[in-house]
Design a protein around this ligand. Structure first.
Ligand SMILES: Cc1ncc(COP(=O)(O)O)c(C=O)c1O
Length: 368
């Protein structure tokens, strides 16, 4: 098993099935089901003519827009080729010796720490607690472990559970006091009504917030993300990031998406409605336990032993529908799957397929 298993490989699936990637419905990567903003699409078409020049190395247009949106100092922002590049940048730069990772979580967190040979301890989120972080127990664990770095994802991937703003603020304050570098990945926060932690970086040199722009704005193929940190840290990181990590089309598409308020509103409304629809539909099957989520994906556990995550993924793949099994998330059992919230037609197709897949087994024995 590779250390970092990912969803979203429609090309690999299409090659295996001998079909075109357009025939695949991808529930395995958690991307805005509306697709790219129409305004961003028009801008990319115009901007293509400028690719004969190097991209703006300061990303001024996007920087100003984001700073205004987050109400923060533009010099606290560093852009990168997706949140993933920034995660590796931060870990390489600080090169922690001892880190604590909240699991289950995004597989690249562990891979980034492995790349600097950090000693990694884990703090386990439990299905019985619906994968919510128990803040006091977590802080006790950090007191005992005394790491120099903590990585967590809020909202959590794969569960979609959110640490309330007050509690994550408490964790950030604790880490500052203990001089622990806290890296918070907020790649899915725009799908919630929660404020970003970025507002705190100006006063906390130990806090780094990483943010993808590929999920909410449906730009994973263009690659763009940013981090926010104290001005002095942001300056140091911008001096060591590879030059021209962010290309002209990605900057233009992200800038235009941020300006496209109607698209953002439509996205929030659609995801809320479809998450509810999909969650109800999955529960009605009678053999999938679905965990509460505030974002655009759902974590579920199959209670039929013969229908493990891996089996479900393989059966659905034959029907051109792709979901994530638990590989790569660390510490999730074999019965778990993660499913992205998509459009009504697509969600209905998935539910129909699951009814077919589950039929022979429903009358069979269910695991507890
Ligand atoms: C929590 C989390 N952070 C970051 C990423 C990757 O984001 P990007 O496409 O910006 O590199 C993912 C992708 O699945 C993710 O789940």
């Amino acid at each position: 098993m590779p250390l970092a298993a990912h969803g979203g490989d429609i090309y690999g699936v299409a090659r295996r099935l001998g079909v075109s990637p357009q025939q695949i419905i991808d529930f395995s990567a958690s991307i805005n089901p509306l697709g790219i903003s129409p305004r961003a699409l028009r801008r990319v078409a115009r901007e293509i003519r400028t690719v004969c020049h190097y991209p703006d190395p300061r990303q001024e247009e996007l920087r100003a827009l984001l700073a205004a949106r987050q109400k923060m100092d533009p010099e606290c922002i560093v852009f990168g080729n997706g949140a993933t590049q920034l995660l590796y940048l931060v870990i390489r730069y600080f090169s922690p010796e001892k880190a604590v990772l909240v699991v289950p979580g995004f597989s690249e967190n562990r891979a980034a720490l492995a790349s600097v040979q950090a000693h990694v301890g884990t703090f386990q989120l439990r299905p019985q607690g619906q994968f919510r972080l128990e803040t006091n127990a977590f802080l006790d664990d950090l007191r005992r472990a005394k790491p120099d770095c903590v990585l967590l994802t809020n909202p959590n991937n794969p569960s979609g559970a959110v640490i309330p703003h007050e509690e994550i603020g408490q964790i950030a304050g604790f880490c500052r006091k203990m001089q622990i570098r806290l890296v918070v990945d907020e790649s899915f926060v725009d799908f919630t009504r929660e404020p970003s932690l970025s507002g705190l970086v100006g006063r906390n040199r130990f806090l780094i917030v990483i943010h993808s722009l590929t999920k909410f704005f449906a730009l994973p193929g263009l690659r763009i993300g940013y981090l926010t940190a104290h001005r002095s840290i942001a300056k140091a990181l911008s001096q060591v990031i590879e030059p021209w990590s962010v290309n002209t089309l990605a900057i233009a598409a992200a800038a235009e998406s941020i300006k496209d308020r109607p698209y953002q509103k439509r996205t929030l409304a659609l995801v809320a409605k479809e998450r509810e629809y999909l969650q109800c539909g999955l529960r009605k099957l009678g053999w999938l336990e679905v965990y509460p989520s505030q974002v655009n994906f759902l974590l579920a556990r199959s209670t039929i032993r013969s229908l493990s995550g891996k089996v479900l993924r393989a059966k659905l793949e034959q029907m051109h529908l792709v979901i994530r099994d638990s590989r790569g998330f660390g510490s999730l059992g074999p019965q778990f799957v993660r499913i992205a919230v998509r459009t009504r037609d697509e969600n209905r197709r998935l539910l129909d397929a699951l009814r077919v897949v589950g039929k022979p087994s429903v009358s069979g024995k269910q695991s507890s």
